[in-house]
Design a protein around this ligand. Sequence first.
Ligand SMILES: NC(=O)c1ccc[n+]([C@@H]2O[C@H](COP(=O)([O-])OP(=O)(O)OC[C@H]3O[C@@H](n4cnc5c(N)ncnc54)[C@H](O)[C@@H]3O)[C@@H](O)[C@H]2O)c1
Length: 262
Amino acid sequence: MRLKDKVAIVTGAAGGIGRAHVHALAREGASVVVDDINLEGAETIADEARKLGAKALAIKADVSKEDEVKRMVERTVAEFGRVDIMVNNAAYLALSYKLFHETEVAEWDAGWSTTVKGVLHCCRAVIPRMIEQKGGRIINISSAVTMGGMERMTIYTACKGAVVAFSMSLAVELGRHGITVNCVSPGNTGTPGMLALLEMLPDELKQWHLAVPLQRIAKPEDIANAVVFLASDEGGYITGQDIGVNGGSTLPIISVPLPTTF
Ligand SMILES: NC(=O)c1ccc[n+]([C@@H]2O[C@H](COP(=O)([O-])OP(=O)(O)OC[C@H]3O[C@@H](n4cnc5c(N)ncnc54)[C@H](O)[C@@H]3O)[C@@H](O)[C@H]2O)c1
């Protein structure tokens, strides 16, 4: 077990990828705080972690709200005595998929509050504790969209890009305390939400989403494996990096059918 005696918090942990993080951390021996705005979902995942032999605590904290995040970290320390691993996985995913000039400012604000400020709140709440403990691992989930570009995903891309840039500077600040800060950026991942979206897309966009050199979209476990690696001793010398877990989908692919006119 690579994470015995470690304590991890996962946000957005009732979702498709969050659930995989919780399972993977639990299997490696960590105690896990399972946070989500969907408390019932979080309780189900915490039960699953207990069945895997881990200690787990379900918490309802909205990451966009600083006071709720502070209380979540306080409860974590009260229950488990420490916090070693912070996995910032929650994001605003109620996307309108509109072209940028058709989006509303309210959507930008909603995206920014959860996807960016949510990460900031969680980092700020755990950092003093990690400094006291002389170490910690912060792992922020970004997205492959920041490595290229995607139509109708401009607000999401801007938010995830901000998370990557923030993580690099935070890594520089925190290195002296033995705290690493990294991003894991998934490509399309077969969560229930993503599979439903793929079903709805027109064929040409679907093909684009499925153009992956490794010939499949990611499984949630693929993303969680990278998180566990960064949280483990083996990942201890990696900081300030954005690790793409995308089957090569961000590479310029030259073997897909090309347009006949250009
Ligand atoms: N699924 C993909 O293809 C994919 C690709 C790239 C990046 N990602 C990223 O991976 C992460 C997980 O995505 P997913 O596909 O599992 O999504 P999901 O919708 O299945 O899960 C997201 C979870 O976050 C929770 N949540 C939303 N707002 C919250 C808030 N303010 N506070 C706390 N919890 C909140 C939701 O209730 C939900 O359970 C996200 O950061 C997402 O941007 C996903």
